[in-house]
Design a protein around this ligand. Sequence first.
Ligand SMILES: [Zn+2]
Length: 278
Amino acid sequence: MPELPEVQAHAERLDAAFSGAVLERFVPLSFTALKTAVPPTGDAHGHPLVFMGRRGKYLLLDLGVLTFVVHLMQGGRLRVDEKQSAKPRNGVARWVFADGRALLLTEAGTERKAGVWAVAGDPETQAPLDRLGPEADLVEPGTLLEAFRATPMRLHGLLRDQRILAGVGRRLANEVCHRACLSPFASTGKLGAAEAGTVVEPIRACVNESLAVERGRDDMSSSAERPGNVHGRAGDACPVCGDTVRSVEYRAYRIDYCPTCQTGGKLLADNTTSKFLR
Ligand SMILES: [Zn+2]
């Protein structure tokens, strides 16, 4: 799933190409595309795109009178629509501009979770953005420590909780735990101020490294192209210590980690969510 750095760089690319362009019409292409009934999206027709931005993992198309909030989820992509065909493959929604160009939201796969919210007024105070925590790369150690204490859970899960930190997904959570030399299963209720400080720095470093990679590209990277030490590298040697990167497998994803760097050599097994009980 695209995370903070991928979405940020993509917003910057589209902003450079489309800001100022006048929206002729917004066209939902699937029944699940538009998540809001009011305001009518037609209110934005005839208005220029003020800017393309980002909050958490959401793309924002600010048309002044309203903002389109777009979530790509796992397989969604927002790209320049060269063909503008009547029934585009995997099409979710389309923005057609008065200069003849268009942007197309697609979603690969069968999940049908990518979507668009139209929001009038301040989008920060309304669904879906109102539930988001602070931007992950801006969070201070004190805020993170408060979250540790208020929400005792596994570190990997807390990092991915968008209400606590906005923008981190599985890849960044894997990489942050590795750089912080903390187990992904570490209980946040037992972590203190030292660990909060230890986690904040890798969040910023991982976000900034990925941003640099993404900003050098013409389009959003695929997950295999993103930098990292452990994510998606189970079986490989850890670049820090040479131990073999391991993973804990879930039905839909894996947590990757290095035993020597993160768990004192202990292999992790998940006893709380056995797949045999489902
Ligand atoms: Zn290691």
